[in-house]
Design a protein around this ligand. Structure first.
Ligand SMILES: *[C@@H]1O[C@H](CO)[C@@H](O)[C@H](O)[C@H]1NC(C)=O
Length: 315
């Protein structure tokens, strides 16, 4: 009875980037190209790692799992956002909105844990090279991948349980491209102060724990790399630079959005695009351009593809 009274909002309006229709068309084309590039780049990494036995090592398995999460992270909201650019009435149902929040936190949380797992893998490889094979078995690697999904789902459920039951009766305008928690909680018609604190501590705990673990492992690695200067170091350094770039690009926007979540910065809007569109695109670029094994495996894959094409043409 009360539920019906309270939940007066059946759908939310996504304000997104408002502008003239020429601009909307421009955004439509711009993000379509980006989204295609994300799918292409990340699926290429997954395909390369799976098809090349030489890359069946924990490091590359984790990398291709990261690519897979990147595809998920850019797919839960971006296609709808792209389609919305062509529509006048940019709305999303209540359930759709909750689903977007759920998936955003599953994938973003999972990605954080996976980044930590990748840092741990590099830590073992560089600081304990003699024990690498025993410490980072494939079993352990699979365990880390499963853990990242489980932690992502648990984190997301803990966020959602106190959001779905909130009463929404008033304004229903979400000033972004997709539903994110800080923006939606703000619309509830109760005092959300305690909830805001809870949300901040929940997401903050998740992000801070991962961030501190990453900081510790990279510091230890960097200290080790400085102390022993040998041939393998140049390669380790290139890998490290790639890792640290990705981590900065991923955590930068998160910290911005969740550290000042209730300000009206339109900066938040741009940043939310950043981690659902730009970061997933940058990962394949950063990890493949700097990586010889990856590049040669891709060339091999291309060679095989050409052979198949020739065979098809001949027959
Ligand atoms: C993720 O990692 C596991 C190994 O831990 C691997 O078997 C699986 O193929 C990887 N998944 C993807 C999509 O790369």
């Amino acid at each position: 009875m009360d539920q019906a009274n309270f939940s007066g909002v059946a759908e939310f309006m996504l304000l997104g980037l408002s502008g003239t229709s020429e601009f909307q068309l421009f955004y439509f084309l711009f993000f379509t190209v980006f989204y295609m590039a994300i799918l292409l780049g990340n699926f290429l990494i997954v395909l390369t790692v799976i098809s090349e036995p030489a890359l069946h090592t924990p490091m590359y398995f984790l990398l291709s799992n990261l690519s897979f999460i990147d595809v998920c992270l850019s797919t839960f909201a971006t296609p709808k956002m792209i389609a919305d650019f062509l529509l006048e009435h940019k709305s999303i149902s209540f359930d759709g909105c909750m689903a977007q929040i759920f998936f955003l936190h599953v994938f973003a949380g999972g990605e954080m844990v996976l980044l930590v797992a990748m840092a741990y893998d590099r830590y073992v490889a560089i600081c304990k090279p003699l024990h690498y094979a025993t410490i980072m078995s494939l079993q352990k690697c699979t365990g880390l991948v499963v853990a990242s999904w489980v932690i992502g789902i648990l984190h997301s459920l803990s966020q959602l349980t106190f959001t779905v039951n909130l009463p929404f009766c008033g304004p229903n305008e979400v000033d972004s491209f997709f539903c994110d928690l800080p923006l939606v909680i703000k619309l509830a018609c109760v005092d959300t102060y305690v909830l805001e604190i809870m949300m901040l501590s929940d997401s903050g705990l998740m992000a801070m724990t991962s961030f501190i673990l990453l900081l510790i492992s990279y510091t230890v690695i960097l200290v080790t790399v400085r102390r022993h200067s040998s041939a393998g170091i140049a390669k380790a350094r290139a890998t490290l630079t790639a890792h640290i770039t990705v981590v900065t690009l991923f955590f930068g926007p998160c910290i911005f959005i969740y550290a000042w979540p209730f300000s009206n910065f339109s900066v938040d809007k741009i940043l939310s695009v950043f981690y659902t569109v730009f970061t997933p695109l940058l990962n394949p670029i950063i990890y493949t351009l700097r990586n010889k094994e990856m590049k040669s495996a891709m060339q091999k894959l291309r060679g095989q593809f050409m052979n198949v094409r020739q065979l098809l043409q001949l027959s």
